[in-house]
Design a binder for this molecule. Structure first.
Ligand code: PLP
Length: 851
């Protein structure tokens, strides 16, 4: 056999199309349909072949098609319009929606182990990565000066293949980086490299740059020839390999990430650690300061002040931990520069709630940040509970772990017709996403129009699903009859059948098979439903997660049973492209997590902004997103029963009951009479869809989320750090001293109530409580007295004042003036807490003495 040589001859871009190359190299295309449509218009076949990758498109498209487009004035006009939008979006002098929140010197670094912008850059596994991608897009929209830091994985996560027996086969293929929308990050004309010390060797990483509008994300990659073969594989796979490999990756992200920014001349003033994977960045930043002569504790204080940590994992097993010996071996060479010994290093990663046998990345992140948050109200409460041992004397509901509810990048996930309609109604709608007016705009969409837009998205989805089913079926070697059976619902008119979508990672707590708990009942429901129902499932299970893979197999097997054939579909290869279509074209979005394990569940938000109705356990974002007004709601909630031993049965039962008695009847109801324009429409259903868009879009979008982070957390981090860093870190040193004194002397604080009001009193009388404190070793003004009032069901904290003190005798007298508006029966408790001018949260020192 003669060898076959492969040659790829790439076309050259005609000068009039030159801007296409920049548009292909900026992930702006992931949110702009106008840009993606340009490639489709040039050559739909090549565009389909490259699966939405514009860089690859420009490498493979026939020269003739480019030449044709270059001479087509209509096309050139489209290109010019898309280019203008892009330029306006990226312009330096654009009036930033966020206002003057940041000055030109300020930058926010955003670290994450995965980023999901678009399916053409497959370095994400699920919700965390897509959230990070959406965060960058919204930062670009708002003008928040953000830079991202992550890793570039040679094989990404994995591609999913499901065989005829329903077994998942992960496919790992090397990505060719020249096919991706990234470039080497250059500094003074040379590619950027960083070095990270590992036991016995130094590893080099090169730094890539991805552009998302005006935001830059730097991605580290160890697959360079300087490195030993094993080290070239550090960045081979996202969430692949053993614990040692994971530790190597996280060191690269944390240490290498900070060094990459320094090498590029970027000096962030606030640092956002998105999930614990990147927490080693704290140690690297502390090391920078200790290398400059600052002692360890003040250095940690200064670093923590400028750091925000977002946790995403209510599942204890989901928190990254390492064997202490492994961490010690990997950081041995850093200890001297950090100015600490191994036990102190390990103490930073100790989880006080557990045995201390693990080095816990969440614990490190909590100790190295002063602001911490969960990603929904429910999750914030769970996270506060989980980390309550970090502030052992503070009641959980008052500890410093707050929440910022996630949101999704609207333009990325909004269907084509709604985008067009919004563009036509209000050109600048993208800049006003957090305003009520946006909800009102959605609330006014005329019924017939909304329904036809929905059906168009649904039609698009159905044809995509059929094509995928056909490919799957061909691979299984199935006959034509089988495929026809699989498509027996999808082949019906789209307004006739109800499509329920379920797509997400197949982690067991998400309970993908809850729907099938009572199969007989489900079969009956399907058989007797007045409208055909189809349930579409998609999602990947982690290759090491056997139970997750078993769920996939169960659904596959059910989909083959005669009674479920065509009504239950399992689609392989879930990615952002499929997600975008599913959340736009389904009628109902199903989510059945085990409460309270769903931190947020952003796919339901993507569905909601498209008018797809959520049917979900009231967990994550949905617990605050479900809305009901005068018979019109934005979806349905399954009440969680976490305490019940038969919770799965109960919740599955509720799910089927809701489907049977509410979802299907609402969908089934059509206008019998009325004008010709409403006849046959499911008017009630459409009213719910409209309500879903109007209530979900303005609240659960990424602009609102990034605005919350920027205006509250980033701003405070920058200001707090500035305060601590002044005069050679004077305040950071003082605070570190204070914390040390607190450890020694808090136990010696004495408190005495000098005066309390009469137990019965007239309204309006001014009352105060006086308290005396003695605090050897702690200055009197470092204590604050508080009264916690409960009136009826509500609580109020009243803060006292130090009115007299004798520093030498560590004595103080405090007065708490009770508010004049008290009425009825009031209970109160008194307490003393330590305070310091550098606090970002009143109870972050974790101490509280109740009287
Ligand atoms: C939005 C999204 C997710 C997150 O889904 P959850 O609702 O959080 O489970 C996962 N994967 C993809 C591809 C997505 O687009």
């Amino acid at each position: 056999m003669p060898t076959i040589h492969h040659l790829e001859v790439r076309p050259s871009l005609p000068p009039t199309l030159a801007n296409l190359s920049e548009l292909a190299g900026n992930l702006h295309y992931s949110r702009s349909r106008a840009v993606r449509d340009l490639f489709d218009a040039i050559d739909a076949d090549t565009w389909a072949q490259v699966e939405g990758n514009p860089i690859r498109f420009l490498q493979l498209v026939p020269q003739a098609r480019l030449d044709e487009a270059a001479g087509d004035s209509a096309f050139l006009a489209e290109l010019a319009a898309a280019w203008r939008d892009f330029e306006v979006h990226c312009a330096d002098d654009r009036a930033d929606a966020i206002g003057p929140a940041f000055d030109s010197q300020e930058t926010v670094a955003y670290f994450c182990a995965e980023f999901g912008f678009h399916e053409s850059l497959p370095i994400y596994s699920g919700g965390l990565g897509i959230l990070a991608g959406d965060h960058c897009k919204a930062a670009s929209d708002l003008g928040v000066p953000l830079v991202g830091v992550g890793l570039l994985y040679r094989q990404g996560y994995f591609q999913q293949c499901i065989d005829a027996q329903g077994r998942q086969h992960p496919r790992f293929e090397d990505l060719d980086f020249s096919h991706l929308p990234i470039r080497l990050a250059m500094r003074e004309g040379a590619p950027t490299q960083v070095k990270v010390e590992y036991p016995g060797r130094v590893v080099t990483a090169q730094v890539w740059e991805a552009r998302i509008g005006r935001v830059r994300v730097y991605l580290l990659d160890t697959d360079v020839t300087d490195n030993a073969a094993a080290d070239r594989e550090i960045t081979r796979r996202l969430y692949g390999g053993d614990r040692r490999r994971r530790l190597e990756q996280e060191m690269l992200l944390g240490l290498g990430g900070v060094r990459a920014l320094r090498t590029l001349g970027i000096t962030p003033s606030a640092w956002h650690i998105n999930e614990g994977h990147a927490a080693f960045s704290i140690l690297e930043r502390v090391r920078e300061l200790t290398a400059d002569g600052l002692p360890f504790e003040p250095a940690l204080n200064a670093v923590a002040a400028s750091t925000l940590f977002t946790t995403h994992t209510p599942v204890p097993a989901g928190h990254d931990t390492f064997a202490p010996s492994l961490v010690e071996a990997h950081f041995e060479s850093q200890l001297e520069a950090l100015g600490i010994e191994a036990p102190e290093l390990l103490a930073l990663g100790a989880d006080p709630a557990h045995d201390g046998k693990h080095f816990n990345m969440t614990a490190l992140a909590l100790r190295g940040s002063r602001q911490h948050n969960g990603v929904s109200r429910v999750h914030g409460e769970v996270a506060a509970q989980m980390s309550q041992a970090f502030w052992p004397e503070v009641p959980t509901e008052e500890n410093p772990l707050s929440h910022v509810t996630n949101g999704v990048h609207v333009e990325t996930f909004l269907n084509r017709d709604l985008t067009r309609l919004f563009d036509a109604t209000r050109r600048d709608w993208r800049d006003h996403l957090h305003e009520a007016a946006i909800g009102e705009m959605a609330g006014k969409i005329e019924a017939g129009r909304l329904w036809s837009m929905h059906l168009s998205a649904k039609t698009h989805l159905v044809s995509d699903l059929k094509a995928r089913l056909q490919r799957q079926s061909e691979r299984f070697g199935e006959g034509h009859v089988r495929l026809k059976q699989r498509c027996r619902v999808l082949d019906k008119p789209v307004d006739e059948f109800l499509m329920v979508g379920f797509a997400r990672r197949f982690a067991t707590y998400k309970r993908a098979t809850l729907l099938f708990r009572d199969r007989e009942r489900l079969a009956r429901l399907i058989e007797t439903s007045p409208r055909p129902v189809v349930f579409v499932f998609a999602g990947k299970a982690h290759p090491a997660d056997e139970p997750g893979q078993a769920l996939l197999q169960t659904i596959h097997e059910l989909s083959l049973e005669q009674r479920f054939a065509g009504h239950v579909l399992l689609i392989e290869g879930y990615d952002m492209g499929l997600a975008r279509r599913l959340v736009a074209g389904s009628d109902v979005w199903l989510n059945t997590p085990e409460f309270p394990m769903e931190a947020s569940g952003t796919s339901g938000q993507k569905a909601g902004i498209n008018g797809v109705l959520n049917l979900s356990v009231a967990d994550g974002w949905w617990a605050e997103g479900h809305d009901h007004q005068q018979g019109v709601a934005n979806g349905w909630s399954i009440a969680p029963t976490p305490e019940a031993t038969d919770r799965d049965d109960r919740e599955a039962n509720d799910l089927l009951t809701l489907l049977e008695t509410e979802v299907i009847p609402l969908f089934d109801r059509r206008e019998a009479a009325g004008g010709s324009d409403t006849k046959g429409l499911p008017s009630d259903w459409i009213a719910w869809q409209r309500h879903a868009i109007a209530t979900i879009l303005p609240r659960f979008n990424a602009s609102r989320m990034v605005r919350d982070y920027a205006e509250h957390h980033y701003r405070r981090a920058i200001d707090a750090h500035r305060l601590l860093a002044q005069d050679d870190y004077r305040a950071a040193r003082e605070r570190a001293d204070f914390e040390r004194d607190l450890v020694t002397h808090w136990g010696g604080v004495g408190v005495k109530v000098l005066r309390t009001p009469e137990s019965i009193m007239d309204q309006g009388e001014s009352l105060s409580i006086e308290i005396e404190t003695t605090s050897p070793g702690l200055p009197p003004h470092s204590l604050r007295c508080e009264a916690v009032l409960s009136e009826g069901g509500s609580r109020r904290v009243v803060v006292g004042e130090l009115v007299e003190s004798l520093d030498g005798q560590a004595w103080g007298r405090h007065r708490i003036a009770l508010p004049a508006d008290l009425a009825g029966e009031v209970d109160y408790r008194l307490r003393v807490v330590p305070t310091h001018e550098t606090l970002l949260h009143p109870y972050e020192l974790g101490r509280m003495l109740w009287l």
